[in-house]
Ligand binder design. Structure first.
Ligand code: NAD
Length: 237
């Protein structure tokens, strides 16, 4: 991979070994909830307390989990290559805590909250920010309620121009821990392929879009990635 333009896309599977549950491995439920009840704009309108409590639990959980060897390996890859863009579907902060910088969070972030009136994001991770009561923004003169800074199903993912620019131009496209169910993330491998990139998958199970990959490594990311990264950096084999 040395000297090549590399893009890596990660999904919920990379954080599974840190103890953060994925969707698909639990029969389509996220922490016992149906996605439509907690991760859609309609759910926020219908029952904001349920949605708020759900995301506050996810935010509190960040204090109890640690990055795993897969997050650390991707940081080493980024440091060892001239050009690597790291895109994640994940809303946790484990890439950053594993040492990666400039991570593109296409589905938003748990660490930040968004003012409902202005749309401004602010990092809210102080001990007073994890309450089950709704929180207010610090940007409006009469503070407004904040919502989770998450791209819910039916909303447009963030940073798509930057993402397509990187994917269109890449020579190697790597996906780690993503089921290929969630669009437009699941389509990015085909965009990369159409532009001539070599496509690589590291995933526990065959995803829906398995046929889009030139090279497939089935297994746990935390077990496979450290060795693969050493190979990709040319420091082994
Ligand atoms: P998904 O839950 O649909 O699929 C996870 C994939 O990871 C599966 O194909 C599974 O086989 C694989 N996997 C499980 N454990 C693995 C491991 N140890 N190593 C490698 N692969 C493993 O996840 P998705 O495709 O990312 O889509 C779900 C969406 O839900 C995300 O886009 C995200 O926005 C949100 N989500 C985020 C988190 C998080 O931030 N950690 C967790 C759950 C859901």
């Amino acid at each position: 991979m040395q000297g090549k333009r590399v893009v890596v896309l990660t999904g919920a599977g990379i954080s599974a070994e840190s103890g953060i549950r994925t969707f698909r491995d639990n029969g389509g439920l996220w922490e016992e909830h149906r996605i439509e009840d907690v991760a859609t704009p309609q759910a926020w309108l219908a029952d904001p307390s349920l949605v708020w409590h759900f995301y506050q639990r996810r935010r509190r959980q960040l204090q109890d989990v640690e990055p795993n060897p897969a997050h650390v390996a991707l940081c080493e890859l980024q440091n060892g290559l001239e050009s690597m863009v790291l895109i994640t579907q994940n809303v946790d902060n484990l890439h950053e805590r594993g040492g990666s910088s400039d991570v593109i969070h296409m589905h938003g972030r748990l660490e930040t909250l968004r003012c409902e009136a202005t749309g401004r994001h602010e990092k809210r991770m102080n001990s007073t920010d994890f309450s089950d009561d709704f929180l207010l923004c610090t940007c409006c003169s009469t503070p407004s309620r904040v919502r989770p800074d998450i791209v819910w199903f039916g909303e447009i993912p963030m940073h798509m121009e930057e993402i397509y620019r990187a994917v269109d131009a890449c020579e190697v496209f790597v996906v780690v821990g993503s089921s290929g169910h969630v669009y437009p993330a699941a389509d990015l491998v085909d965009v990369a392929r159409r532009h001539g990139a070599w496509t690589v998958l590291v995933n526990a199970e065959p995803p829906l879009n398995l046929d889009s990959f030139d090279e497939v490594h089935l297994g746990k990311a935390g077990e496979l990635l450290p060795g693969l990264v050493r190979q990709w950096l040319g420091s082994e084999g």
